[in-house]
Design a protein around this ligand. Sequence first.
Ligand SMILES: [Zn+2]
Length: 339
Amino acid sequence: MGKNIKHFVRDSWLTASYYTGLSHLYQALAGRKRGIISYHNVLPVSALPAFDTYNVDVTAAIFDKQLHFLKKHFLVQPIQELENPNAKGIFITFDDGMRNNSEVLAPILAKHDISALFAICPAMIDRDLPYIWRDHLFVLLHQAISQDVWLPLNDYQTPFLVPETPAGINALTRQLKQHVYQHQLADIYGLVREICQKNGWAYEVPSPDGLRYDFMTWPQIRALVAKGHRVASHTQTHRVLRFLGQEEKKMELEVSKQRLETELKQEVSLFVYPYGSRAEIDQATVQAVQEAGYRMALMNVQQPSLSPVMLSQPRFAFPPMADSAHLHAIVSGYKFLFR
Ligand SMILES: [Zn+2]
């Protein structure tokens, strides 16, 4: 097993869904079941950037090979069949709606004649917020390399030196994420503003990579729909639903649905939970998704553990790895890999 994969398995936010995904894929292979794959960013680079803090990126070349692999060994279903319980095989989904979705990965999907689901946060497309909060924190720290910065980790008591190394910046970004989860922060974007204010930084900072950090436009999203892809709500602002009160949950779910329906001129009945694990989703969240009128909702878990099952559908993620021999080794021998 390569060092990169070990690193991925150890450090990923998606570790759980990775383990899960492999066992799911194995079952799918053995029993011709359904499997929903979760992707985020597909980047036109030969190697992943050093700052893939959340392990949500894959290179275009590797993505292309993964699609080859999936098509060879599974039935990759058209996304229109997602709600059909009799449609066995693989469905493909992309979260967050970054520009690479339209400009890099959609042409690769077209080449393979695959349709997919895109999970979109309308507030990002409307440019109400410049970045998803975790990317925003990364971009801010990235611009402050080797500087002392004031952070909420110790209540702004003493400054932190932003490390020069990618690993160091990643570690600091992860500590901030832990802070958000420990304090169950509803107002994550308020925290980003507070950090900017304490350090005298501008809130809006240029993105180090537009394909990776910036969002698609409405015309780009409409073009995806015109090509047969589908769109799900991914909330308005990508906050942690579990940390929000009832009214805010309702806003995230209902306003995003209405906004998408207005822009796309069609009903949006699919929802993708941000983050997608039980740490971010409780039964009250699923209830709110139901009340907002969604008919199917996707998590990043192995088995539905909330009800109704249609609103807690499992998904898994692939590691950013390449050749089919490797993927075969994972699928057929995944237990071996994790000793
Ligand atoms: Zn997301």
